[in-house]
Design a protein. Structure first.
Length: 124
C-alpha cells in the first residue's frame, strides 16, 4: 500500500487479514506519516499466537524505517484491534519523543572544547 511517497506493508502471521483489518491499520498509520515526513517505510505485522491461552494471543508489531535508528514496537492483547491501537499509540509516542529531543538539542547546542589556543586576527 503506497501513501504518497511513503510505503506501508501490512502482513499477517498465522492470521488471515481481512479488508477491515487492513483499513484500520492504514487509517491509524496515516497520522504517523503526518507527524514525521522522513519516514520511508512502515511494516506492520499482525500475528495470532495459538500457543498462548486467551490472554494476549493477538500480537501487533510495528517497524518504522526512518533516517537514523529504526523504531520497533510489539503489543499483545486478547483483541486484534486493541493490539493495533496500542502499537500505533506506542509508535506515535516514540516519534513525538524523538522530535522533542531533536528540538531540545537544536535550541541548546553543546559547547565545543578546542584544546589549542586560537590566535586573534585583526580585521583588515
Amino acid at each position: 500500500m503506497k501513501n504518497n511517497d511513503h510505503e506501508l506493508i501490512v502482513s499477517g502471521v498465522h492470521l488471515e487479514l481481512t479488508q477491515a483489518m487492513k483499513d484500520i491499520v492504514r487509517e491509524k498509520i496515516e497520522k504517523l506519516f503526518r507527524h514525521e515526513e522522513r519516514i520511508s517505510r512502515i511494516r506492520f505485522e499482525l500475528e495470532f499466537n495459538s500457543t498462548v491461552t486467551k490472554q494476549n494471543q493477538f500480537v501487533a508489531k510495528g517497524h518504522i524505517e526512518i533516517y537514523g535508528k529504526p523504531m520497533v514496537v510489539s503489543e499483545a492483547s486478547d483483541d486484534i484491534y486493541k493490539s493495533i491501537d496500542l502499537a500505533v499509540t506506542k509508535l506515535d509516542r516514540m516519534l513525538r519523543r524523538r522530535s522533542r529531543l531533536k528540538k531540545v538539542k537544536r535550541k541548546h547546542p553543546h559547547e565545543i572544547d578546542i584544546p589549542a589556543e586560537i590566535p586573534k586576527v585583526e580585521p583588515a
